[in-house]
Design a protein. Structure first.
Lengths: 157, 791
């Protein structure tokens, strides 16, 4: 067992983990952060995407011990303290960018990272930016619209 | 009792979804999120070989591993595991092999379960699998359907006499729905024959399947990531002998299905067997790789299609022979899938004669079953592809050939050569609109120019004018097709004492947004705010009856039940209101949730008032029971027939074989639209799924029967960069077979888009002598087709 100190969604945790434990399993099984989900075992689907020190990572491709001393933001930590939706969450709702919703937490986290790098992405830039996240329901069109809507909302707010 | 409402109707509004609040914040209840006190975790050892006898199996090593509570092989359950049921033996003599949840002495496909370990943690269970000792004696794999049917072929199931499950036939002459096909074939002016191959697909929903089973005394509660909690409850009861009233099935939020969770799975049975054996709650959540091997696949048909016409382009006959790969076993509706297409090969066209013959064939591959569209995409692909090939043979424009032969809008209702009656439609309007939106004439001009100057990147234009059968289904029709179940749907509407409304639906959704659309319908019917309606679903304890969600049936069947139940509540409320207002029921008006007495200003009761009055029940009219509740069960009298025209423009690089979709236009007619936002989303997702079949996805087995596309690395589910934006529009021809006029939209895009794309690819390559490209049209396949002339 290895001890890790990690801040998740603003709360500091100190836990013992097996060195082989993946970050996503630590989040789900030890912290109960089940908003972050697992969709594959080859790092293709992106459903488990979280922010690690503000940058998106697929949490199935990061060991929990690699998060030691760092800060993780999951979908559950994205809303404001008052419960108000983050602009990307709001845009996904407004543009009907989700159906079953399983890819949505990862897709939203990936979109947050994309908008950090590029606050006003073109359609092509959005599509390239979320290429690592698979969605089977929407055909991506409304996800692209949502990311662009969130970009506008963020720029104007 | 009719009057004009003053507030805008909810039906037709692009309401944002109620479901989203929990989904965008990560507060969703997926099955794998569930943890029960004392819950154990199960891991499964899967067969690494396609076809073998199990000569020795010893799980005792696993029991010694840390954290392990139990380990079992098929021997431990051989007398109690029953069989995975097939609810649709399509003929009287369909051969249905025994389908164990866990193999006992033989495995018949890669991925079949052979042993399980149960441990305190998932990791410990998984680790201990390697301590299981198992020996296989290989049997020859059976992979090719035609070889499997040959005399002397190795048998998938040695106890059966052949690898054929059934032969299902329809012929219009003998059915009395048209002329004899052999006469029409013999007399034909023009005949075109093609062999099309529907590759094997994997549904690839995003949430892997998960099951949690909690035994409590005699009772069992099963949480499962399923499309069909009601079907699962009944069939698990019948197969495992758990009394149905002691069995509760809950489908919490379900992360997509696309037919892939329209199943009663070996993993659900196995988790239940293990949990009951141990008397403890057990969870099994599969990995993606396990799912790709073990969850059912779809399509996988060889289609031999002959079409005949007069020299001037009138279609006369259609003769279809298909081989359908069942895989190693028949699952819930495996044999029925190709038969769902039997009534669709004629598409939107008028034929004199039609024959459809389907052989179901066993192979040592993962069983097949429903994947979005289920039988109808295959049929639509075949007819829309071969109509294009016939147009070339006749020297006609492919759209002109379609116009000459389709059912015109003034001919509905129209009984086709299959004997099925199409309810409504307007193919002319949808097609004209689509041609305008894509600017067809300009594209045609550009195509001619690029051909003339021998551009290395050629433009291809593809058409798909499709219809499909939705609203599964009239129970009487299902009975005639030998399906074991019914097709009705049930709903309950309850106005609570405080005026809030609960709606119980049997249509258990997994992304369709039923909580939103059902709320819109009930808000309109009762005149209550949209936000005052809550929809309950997916738990056989709260919603005891239903046939669940598949086959584009939720709106066309489930929503009608909801609407009818709400109308019954209004009827009851009217009796209570008339009684309390001391007026005749005939004088009551109901507008925006308020009853008033015609000609008596001020005498009124809201439906919320009446709900409390009926709850207190101090003064109910004679013979009226307390509470404003009503239930309705809707069994449709006929199917509904969405249609549309999809047009696709592709750029094909003749040097690399790369296909890029440049424009995709779809004009669909799904009847009355309850929520246009949700309808458009369904179309987008459906089109994406159909494009994926045309260009990207294929489940491939090697010569030993190993699935070589067993992860998302090899199985090409398209990402955002692989798909274009779609231009969507609608025409509206309300269905005449249900009171809401809705037709169903969940599968239209998938059914329509695959032939539109492949027709476009072939059209681009036509000047090079190419007349077909096998799906998926990968760069390699396109390039090879260019080198070889055909295919």
């Amino acid at each position: 067992m290895t001890q890790v100190d990690v801040k998740v969604d603003g709360v500091a945790y100190r836990d013992d983990v097996e060195p082989r434990t993946l970050l996503v399993h630590y989040l789900r099984e030890q912290l109960g952060k089940v908003g972050t989900v697992v969709g594959c075992d080859t790092s293709n689907c992106g459903a488990c995407t979280v922010l690690l020190d503000g940058r998106s990572v697929k949490s199935c491709s990061v060991l929990a011990v690699q998060a030691d001393g760092r800060e993780v933001t999951t979908i559950e930590g994205l809303s404001g303290a008052d419960g108000a939706l983050h602009p990307v969450q709001q845009a996904f709702h407004d543009e009907h960018a989700l159906q079953c919703g399983y890819c949505t937490p990862g897709m939203i986290m990936a979109a947050c990272d994309l908008l950090r790098d590029n606050p006003d992405p073109s359609e092509t830039e959005v599509r390239e930016g979320i290429e690592g996240n698979l969605c089977r329901c929407t055909g991506y069109q409304n996800i692209v619209r949502a990311v662009q809507r969130a970009a506008k909302a963020t720029v104007t707010s | 009792m009719t009057a004009t409402a003053e507030r805008p109707a909810e039906i037709g509004q692009a309401r944002r979804r109620k479901e989203d609040a929990r989904l965008v914040t990560g507060r969703t209840m997926w099955t794998d999120n569930l943890t029960l006190p004392g819950m154990l975790h199960m891991a499964i050892l899967h067969s690494p070989v396609a076809h073998a006898r199990i000569t020795r199996i010893d799980v005792s090593g696993a029991r010694q591993r840390p954290g392990v509570v139990a380990a079992f092989s098929g021997q431990d359950f051989k007398d109690v595991q029953g069989t995975i049921p097939c609810a649709w033996p399509v003929t009287e003599d369909t051969v249905v092999p025994n389908h164990p949840s866990i193999a006992v002495d033989q495995v018949n496909h890669v991925g079949e379960s052979v042993a399980v370990v149960v441990a305190r943690s998932k990791a410990e269970a998984q680790d201990a699998l390697e301590a299981i000792d198992i020996e296989y004696e290989p049997l020859p794999p059976v992979l090719d359907m035609e070889a499997a049917l040959a005399d002397g072929a190795p048998l998938v199931h040695p106890d059966l006499s052949s690898n054929k499950s059934f032969t299902w036939e329809f012929e219009s002459g003998s059915a009395g729905t048209g002329r004899a096909i052999d006469d029409v074939l013999r007399d034909a002016d023009v005949t075109v024959t093609r062999r099309f191959r529907q590759q094997r697909l994997i549904p690839a929903f995003l949430e892997p399947r998960s099951t949690v089973v909690q035994p409590q005394g005699e009772g069992v509660t099963v949480w499962s990531s399923t499309q069909v909690p009601h079907v699962l409850r009944t069939l698990m009861s019948l197969s495992l002998g758990i009394p149905e009233h002691k069995l509760r099935v809950i489908a919490p939020d379900v992360g997509g299905g696309f037919g892939g969770k329209l199943q009663v799975t070996p993993e659900e049975f196995l988790t239940t067997l293990v949990a009951r054996r141990l008397g403890k709650p057990v969870k099994y959540t599969e990995s993606r790789s396990e799912l790709m091997m073990s969850g059912h696949h779809g399509r996988d048909q060889i289609q031999d299609v002959t079409i005949t016409a007069t020299r001037d382009g009138r279609l006369t006959g259609l003769d279809v022979h298909i081989l359908a790969d069942m895989g190693a076993y028949l699952r819930l509706i495996t044999p029925g899938i190709p038969i769902l297409g039997a009534f669709m090969y004629n598409g939107i066209y008028k034929f004199d004669a039609y024959r459809f013959v389907c052989d179901g064939v066993f192979t040592t591959k993962t069983p097949t079953d429903a994947v979005r569209g289920a039988g109808r995409p295959e049929a639509t692909f075949a007819i829309e592809r071969i109509v294009d090939e016939l147009a070339v043979e006749l020297g006609m424009d492919p759209m002109d050939l379609r116009r000459k032969n389709w059912i015109t809008h003034d001919q509905f209702p129209f009984t086709t050569v299959t004997g099925i009656t199409y309810d409504s439609g307007n193919y002319e309007a949808a097609t004209d609109r689509a041609l305008d939106l894509i600017e067809w004439d300009e594209l045609k001009k550009e195509q001619a120019e690029r051909r003339a100057r021998h551009d290395t990147v050629q433009l291809g234009l593809g058409i798909s004018t499709f219809s499909e059968l939705c609203g599964w289904a009239p129970s009487r029709l299902l009975g005639a097709l030998r399906y074991a179940g019914g097709g009705w749907e049930q709903a309950t509407v309850r106005v609570l004492p405080t005026g809030k409304v609960e709606v119980v639906t049997g249509a258990s959704p997994h992304g369709q947004g039923n909580e939103t659309t059902w709320s819109q319908i009930v808000a309109d019917r009762l005149g209550v705010p949209f936000d005052d309606v809550e929809v309950l679903h997916g738990d056989t304890q709260t919603s005891p009856r239903g046939w669940d969600t598949y086959g584009s049936r939720s709106a066309a069947v489930g929503a009608v039940a909801v609407s009818n139940a709400a109308l019954r509540v209004v009827e009851k409320a009217k009796r209570v209101a008339a009684h309390l207002l001391e007026a005749s029921e005939d004088d009551m008006e109901f507008v925006d949730g308020k009853f008033s007495v015609r000609g008596t200003p001020g005498a009124e009761k809201t439906i919320q008032d009446l709900a409390f009055e009926a709850f207190a029940a101090h003064d109910m009219p004679e013979g009226v029971e307390p509470n404003l509740d009503a239930e309705a069960t809707f069994d449709p009298v006929a199917l509904s027939f969405p249609h549309g025209t999809h047009l696709c423009a592709v750029d094909v690089d003749t040097e690399t074989g790369r296909v890029t979709i440049r424009k995709y236009v779809c004009v669909d007619d799904v009847g009355t639209v309850i929520n246009p936002l949700i309808v458009e989303g369904q179309v987008h997702g459906g089109v994406a799924h159909g494009i994926a079949q045309a260009l990207y996805e294929e489940a491939v087995f090697d010569d030993d029967g190993n699935l070589t596309t067993g992860t998302l690395v090899d199985y090409m589910v398209p990402s955002a960069v692989d798909l274009p934006s779609f231009t969507t529009d609608r025409t509206v021809s309300p269905s005449t077979t249900n009171p809401l006029g809705v037709k169903g939209v969940g599968e239209t895009g998938t059914i329509a888009s695959t032939p539109a794309v492949v027709n476009a690819v072939v059209d681009a390559l036509r000047p090079f002598g190419v007349n077909d490209v096998r799906m998926p049209c990968t760069p390699e396949r396109v390039w090879r087709a260019l080198q070889g002339g055909t295919r």
